[in-house]
Each structure stands twice: as C-alpha cells, then as structure tokens.
Design a protein around this ligand. Structure first.
Ligand SMILES: O=P(O)(O)O[C@H]1O[C@H](CO)[C@@H](O)[C@H]1O
Ligand SMILES: O=c1cc[nH]c(=O)[nH]1
Length: 237
C-alpha cells in the first residue's frame, strides 16, 4: 500500500500501461487483458492487472499533468518495483503532416514544467524515452503497417495556455502537445526503469479538428495494441 495506491505487494506487474484517463485504463483491462483484477480505486484512479499473450501486465490511469503522473509513477516504481512503463495517451498535433488519429512515439519530451528545472538546479535536462521500448514499439507499428511518427513532443503544464508559442515549437520539430511524458521519462531514469510514450492524436491544434470524448476513452486500439505487443518481450510472468 502506498499513499495513492491501495494495491498489495505482488498485485502490480513489472510492466504497466499508463493512460491519463482512468476510464481508458478500465477499457484497456476489459478489452485486452485476460483475467483482469482491479488493484486500485483510491481517488477512482483505476488500476488493473491481467495477462496479455501469457505475460502479466498492468494498466492504470495517471490523471492529467506532471504533478499527477509524478505521484503515481514515483509510487509504482519506489513501492511496487515497476520496471517498464508505457504511457498510452492523447495529444494535440502541431505539424501539418501529422493528422488526427495518427500514432506518435515520443522519443523525447520538451516541457515548460518547472519540475525538472527545480530538480536539476536550473540546468536543462532532456527527458528521453527508453531506446529498447521505442524500437520494440516502432517494429510493432511497422508489422501492422501503421505509419507512426517518432520524435519530440511537448509536455505542457497548461492545457489552456495563453502565452505558448506553438509556431516556434513546430518550427523546431515538435510533433504534438501533451501533458505527462517529460515527468515519466525523467522519474523512470531515477529508478533505472524503462519508459515510453505512445500517443494518438486526438485533436489538431492548427486545424481545430477534434475527436469525441467517447473516442478518447474507448478507442485508439491501434496505439494500445502496439504498446501491449511492444511490452511483451520485457514483461515478467
Ligand atoms: O489522454 P491523456 O492520456 O489524458 O493525455 C492528454 O489528455 C489530457 C488533456 O486533455 C492530458 O492528460 C494530455 O496529456
Ligand atoms: O495535452 C493535450 C492533449 C490533447 N490536445 C492538446 O492540445 N493538448
């Protein structure tokens, strides 16, 4: 039991998928995992463990933003020994050639969150995903014929940002905006764990095109299957 997770030791797998939305976690458990058992209900941040292709895999919501995901991934790694963490999230595209429902693999995450500036005493740390998980997910996407985009995403501290310079981020190659990857990648390194972000474009910041809340909660299966199959080689039993 940790402060925000009421699972017993052994109830959480060493490999976990992390959507922001706890109802997406429920959907993933019910749709993709066999014999899924719920391990967390604190604050309705649902978490489940089941099996996928014979491997023990967990899935749990993280909430939105750096402070929320930081609480959960710290506790998952420090209290439950989780070793492989894949965020399966949504994002807003900021490049013209990235379309709604495209899948993005986050290689790195720039951010305007102050958390790392504080941690690294004002130095610029570059939060980077795990290369082996990245390669595994890229190969899984290719196997399915999914044209994923791989690159830098921007972990924004504000969803409604009045001062953000999206044009400049786009000019410097950032693919999309989301709100958690920089914290996940940074904290995972501290625990010598593997972390990755696989994101589906839920809206296009430049065109204003959006998906429905239902679609964000219960679809985007391509991303979920890529994440699960990419995780299988790293997951224990
Ligand atoms: O769909 P999730 O995984 O929550 O991800 C994105 O959606 C939320 C904002 O609507 C933020 O958490 C952002 O990172
Ligand atoms: O964080 C997010 C998620 C989806 N779309 C955005 O613009 N930002």
């Amino acid at each position: 039991m940790s402060i925000h997770i009421n699972a017993k030791q052994g109830e959480i797998a060493d490999t976990i998928l992390l959507p922001g939305d706890p109802l997406r976690a429920k959907y993933i458990a019910e749709t993709f995992l066999e014999d899924a058992v719920q391990f967390n209900d604190v604050r309705n941040m649902f978490g489940y463990t089941g099996t996928y292709k014979g491997k023990k895999i967990s899935v749990m919501g993280t909430g939105m933003g750096v402070p929320s995901i930081s609480i959960y991934v710290n506790e998952l790694m420090s209290e439950y020994g989780v070793k492989n963490l894949i965020r399966v999230g949504t994002c807003g595209a900021i490049q013209k050639d990235v379309k709604v429902r495209d899948v993005i693999i986050a290689q790195s995450a720039s951010t305007d969150s102050f958390q790392n500036r504080k941690l690294f005493k004002n130095a610029e740390y570059a939060p980077t995903s795990d290369f082996e998980l990245l390669l595994s997910s890229y190969n899984e996407a290719k196997k399915r014929g999914v044209e994923v985009k791989v690159g830098n995403v921007f972990t924004a501290d504000s969803f409604y940002d009045e001062n953000g310079d999206i044009e400049q981020l786009a000019e410097y190659g950032v693919l999309a905006l989301e709100m958690e990857c920089s914290a996940l990648f940074t904290i995972a390194k501290k625990y010598d764990a593997k972390a990755l972000g696989i994101l589906t474009v839920s809206d296009h910041v430049l065109t204003g095109e959006i998906t429905t809340p239902e679609e964000r909660q219960t679809t985007f299966n391509e991303m979920i299957e890529i994440a699960l199959d990419a995780a299988v080689p790293f997951a224990g039993n």
